[in-house]
Design a protein around this ligand. Sequence first.
Ligand SMILES: Nc1ncnc2c1ncn2[C@@H]1O[C@H](COP(=O)(O)OP(=O)(O)O)[C@@H](O)[C@H]1O
Ligand SMILES: [Mg+2]
Length: 309
Amino acid sequence: MTAIIRALDLTKVFGRSTAVDHVSFEVRQGEIFGFLGPNGAGKTTTTRMLTGVIPPDAGSATILGHDIRSEPVQAKQRFGVVPETSNAYTDLTAWQNLMLMGELYGLPRARAAQRSSELLGMVGLAERKDQKVQAYSKGMKQRLILAMALIHEPELLFLDEPTSGLDVESTRMILSLLRDLNRGGTTIFLTTHNMEEANRLCHRVGIIRAGKIAAIDAPEKLKAAIERVHTIEVSFDREVPGDALAGLAGVTGLNRTGDKWQITAENRDTVIRSLVEFSRENGAAIVTLHTLTQSLDDAFLRLTREARP
Ligand SMILES: Nc1ncnc2c1ncn2[C@@H]1O[C@H](COP(=O)(O)OP(=O)(O)O)[C@@H](O)[C@H]1O
Ligand SMILES: [Mg+2]
């Protein structure tokens, strides 16, 4: 497998905080790679370093074999970017934005015009092409930005939270376009804070939290790892010492909310047995005992919290 993106110990420091901390990963040819993490995790900063917007403070990366420091121009000719904040000029029309993008990439005018027509059709904006972008809805704008990123037929596409804040219809359309592009051979690197989206779309997912990579794997494997961890909620008819509960066999985490204790465990059965024994030994009757099924988002937040190296 050829690595299309190879990042090695990429690091970015802003003042006193390390936004991206020795991040290493590879994106293989032909895959959709998801960079998944909560807000502030360092997704945009990593993307900006890879796409040559800001220089890394340490570490290195190659994109399609080009070093991002020494050959940024060669790399840029071969990838497209849908940035986190819109790069479309709102006082220009969609057509003008696309033609301008073509000019930036050095496309001959006739080629840029042909490509613009194709792309406008593809993203469903052909009929609105002569309208100024300021009149566009958020979803329309995002589809235009995707078209702009594709003007030079890149082999690799970066997208920074492409569906964030979009309506269902535009989200569906963008995800389906990305699948089509990928089927046509385009390698895709996308960031998202939406686990479900990463799960549906990506071949592999890297989870980033507080600037560090927590895990890289196929989404179903990450999900399986997450689902192995269970939450049990218990309450007693009297005060019990938290230390004693935390020390019980099978307990990997303990939290208190009101009169209830939330216990995380890899093995539910072991914990329930030790709770019953604890109850008997301490003369504290169990009032409620629930095992909780967690949403993917909860699970994801917990996994990234626990995966801090
Ligand atoms: N230009 C900047 N100056 C200072 N701090 C920044 C800058 N850009 C990002 N950060 C900080 O770096 C961290 C990572 O941000 P970012 O990469 O935007 O995260 P994400 O895209 O995952 O939400 C955050 O704590 C953010 O506040
Ligand atoms: Mg971001």
